[in-house]
Design a protein around this ligand. Structure first.
Ligand SMILES: [Zn+2]
Length: 391
């Protein structure tokens, strides 16, 4: 006969003890009978269900119904009962279910002992016939992150032109990030790159203070310090700026910087190289044009625009103005220029004998155009639904 919670007529200590003892003995008997996950579910619901579970009934029939002067005594016991029931329910929960297929007899006795033992995790063995028609476990393939993929594509375009790859530290000194690139202290161009500085370095000279690099250009300096011309390198990497995140800005992004220094390098070489690179990245019908610009470490400097890949440079699409190029037919993509002779002084190159060019491009910007992504934040949110589209 299954246990039911009795109404109490007698609230004396002895009567309460007796009622509690009866309940606990029922609890033990039922706990011992749990032999599978479904047994356990039934057991748990019978004792703990909010509606009509034994604990709820104990609360209603014993505590709530108790006369005022017995409440304290009853409350104490109800709390004890509650703790004991919860402990037993948790205690007999099957810890794991071992699926057993076929007739691996040697495995079974050991596990069976664990299942019937009184201490240690309970193991419940579920016997299932082997069904070879069940679908297998699908292990999804990983995919390159679109930013890394784009960065690798850019790098490979320049590798094919004979450039090698150089990398540098993300935590840079003021000297490499600014000074050696011809940004003197207090130069206004420093303001255009909202820099994240490492705290607590006021005692150091300015040039030794650490910051998160705002561009990959310091790698140019580090490379030229290490090697004499000719130099042809691309420097891919992560950079940081104190920009508030929005659809087009992120405090972390990636750049690929390029540097070519040799005898007789001219602006024509720069134009030809970048025109080739843009065609390799966006298709052979893409045109480029160069606009005067300013960077402290190049002179002259230029911004490079490519003909809009969405409207083919017409500025109109689907009978209306093209949104991607703001109807101009051109999209601004990167900065470049001839290396400023001042920069060579920092690395002991003779600016009378050599010349060179440098360029830098934002990887996310190119990925956004190539893959039609409308929000830079998507690259950094780690949402698999977005990322797996690039697999
Ligand atoms: Zn357009």
């Amino acid at each position: 006969m299954a246990y039911t919670v009795p109404k109490l007529a007698d609230y004396s200590a002895e009567a309460l003890d007796k009622a509690v003892a009866k309940l606990l003995s029922a609890l033990e008997t039922e706990a011992a009978a749990v032999a599978s996950e479904s047994d356990w579910n039934t057991f748990r619901d019978r004792w703990l269900a909010r509606k009509n579970g034994i604990l709820t009934l104990v609360n209603d029939l014993w505590l709530k119904a108790a006369p005022k002067d017995a409440k304290r005594e009853v409350g104490q016991r109800v709390n004890e009962v509650k703790a004991r029931v919860e402990e037993r329910v948790a205690g007999v929960k099957p810890e794991r279910v071992v699926s057993y297929t076929g007739s691996g007899a040697s495995v079974i006795p050991k596990l069976a002992v664990a299942a019937t033992g009184t201490s240690g995790p309970r193991v419940i063995i579920e016997e299932r016939p082997l069904d070879i028609t069940l679908p297998g476990i699908r292990r999804p393939m990983g995919a390159e992150h679109p930013v890394i993929k784009t960065m690798n594509e850019i790098v490979s375009v320049f590798r094919n032109l004979g450039y090698s790859v150089e990398e540098g530290p993300e935590i840079e000194t003021d000297y490499y990030n600014f000074e050696a690139l011809n940004f003197p202290p207090n130069h206004p161009a420093r303001d255009t790159q909202d820099t994240i500085f490492i705290a607590g370095q006021e005692s150091k000279p300015l040039r030794d203070r650490l910051l998160l690099r705002t561009h990959t250009s310091p790698v140019q300096i580090r490379t030229m310090e290490k090697q004499r011309p000719p130099v042809r390198v691309v420097c891919p990497g992560k950079v940081h700026r104190n920009d508030a995140p929005d659809a087009t800005h992120s405090p972390i992004f990636h750049q690929v910087e390029g540097l070519a220094v040799d005898t007789n390098i001219t602006f024509c070489d720069l134009k030809g190289t970048l025109d080739h690179a843009m065609k390799a990245l966006f298709g052979s019908s893409v045109k480029t044009r160069f606009y005067p610009s300013f960077f402290p470490f190049t002179e002259p400097s230029a911004d490079v625009q490519i003909s809009c890949i969405f409207c083919g440079g017409k500025g109109t699409r689907d009978g209306g103005p093209c949104r991607n190029c703001k109807a101009s037919g051109w999209i601004e993509l990167l900065g470049c220029g001839m290396v400023d002779p001042n920069v060579y002084r920092f690395v002991n190159y003779d600016s009378k004998k050599i010349s060179g060019f440098a360029f830098g491009m934002g990887v996310e910007r190119i990925a956004i155009l190539k893959y039609g992504v409308d929000d830079i934040q998507l690259f950094f949110q780690g949402d698999v639904r977005f990322l797996e589209q690039f697999g």
